[in-house]
Design a protein around this ligand. Structure first.
Ligand code: RIB
Ligand code: CA
Length: 311
């Protein structure tokens, strides 16, 4: 029995990579494709990182990778090498020769093709700026009625941002794309924001239980600098698993608590550009458009991650 049909859209950075590991090793999914986009690193670097990860997972033949947008819809790129390292995955796999190449096809077109091929069955797991999905919606607005659900790692509604005081990175990089996606009319769009991902902290102790395996070594090597920087900023030696939680939600939706709200994106503010604004008290009298994650069962999620990678 094949699992849930999914497409992962990634800007393979450290946490996107952990999400790919979980998605492939969980056995919960039939990964139809992984699409790459400009974000933490260039789209080409994200593509190379993704292909190397599939080599590490011995899934390079099974899962195609398609390249997507190499810049946001309207803005300049905003790379995050400070957080993810020069290559985007903390220098891990640097010695691995790259054999796998991206398949022919543009990410936005592949998303449309797969949604039309499997109407009502495909889950889109978006762990990067939403440029590819916005482009797909421009070409095929009917996509909203063709996909099963969209799970987005992005935004923050009840706390501070991680790029500016109000904006989370994935939304900040391409707020116009996020606005298109948020208002397209998807019946099931779940926002996995910093409000919950910041609770999904992987400690060194838990990480060490992954054992001395190629995957365990990769996780420790790719997150070493990422954890150090988190320690310097927050005083806790841990790894924030933003994207990994979005994949976890696609595996087990019960690990988060969600509430349906109207959410919009600021795109014209000097101070608050990229802010995800949640209308908690329905002051705008608009139809709720997003299932906002308001809480997470951290232990259940971390157990899922560690148990999956230990197998
Ligand atoms: O804010 C966290 C998000 O931005 C994650 O997807 C991380 O990979 C970066 O893209
Ligand atoms: Ca990401």
């Amino acid at each position: 029995m094949m699992g849930k049909k999914v497409i992962l859209d990634v800007d393979t950075g450290v946490d996107d990579a952990l999400g790919i590991l979980l998605a492939v090793r969980s056995g919960a999914f039939e990964v139809l494709a992984i699409t790459t986009v400009n974000g933490n690193v260039s789209m080409r670097q994200a593509t190379d990182n993704t292909c190397k990860l599939l080599q590490l997972l011995e899934a390079e033949e099974a899962i195609p990778v398609y390249q997507g947008a190499d810049r946001p819809l309207m803005r300049e790129s905003y790379f995050e090498h400070r957080v993810h390292g020069k290559d985007g995955i903390g220098g891990a796999l640097a010695d691995m020769p790259l054999h796998k190449a991206a398949s022919d096809g543009f990410a936005a077109d592949v998303i449309i093709e797969q949604a039309k091929r499997y109407p009502g069955e495909v889950t889109l797991i978006m762990t990067a700026p939403l440029t590819n999905l916005a482009l797909a919606l421009r070409t095929a607005p009917e996509l909203t009625q063709l996909v099963k659900e969209v799970i987005v790692m992005g935004g923050v509604v009840g706390s501070y941002g991680n790029v500016t005081p109000t904006a989370e990175y994935n939304i900040y990089v391409d707020p116009e794309a996020a606005k298109i996606v948020f208002h397209a009319g998807f019946p099931s769009l779940t926002l996995v924001g910093l409000d919950v991902t910041r609770k999904a902290l992987l400690t060194k102790e838990r990480m060490d239980t992954l054992g001395d395996t190629p995957i365990g070594r990769y996780v420790r090597e790719s997150t070493a600098d990422y954890m150090q920087r988190y320690y310097e900023r927050n005083g806790v030696y841990a790894c924030v698993l933003h994207d990994l939680l979005a994949v976890g939600v696609a595996i087990r939706s019960d690990i988060v608590t969600t509430k349906h709200y109207y959410v919009d994106v600021e795109t014209r503010s000097e101070l608050c550009d990229g802010q995800t604004v949640c209308d908690f008290q329905n002051r705008l009298s608009k139809q709720p458009n997003i299932r906002v994650c308001t809480d997470v069962d951290t232990d259940a999620f971390l157990d899922l991650f560690v148990r999956t990678l230990q197998t």
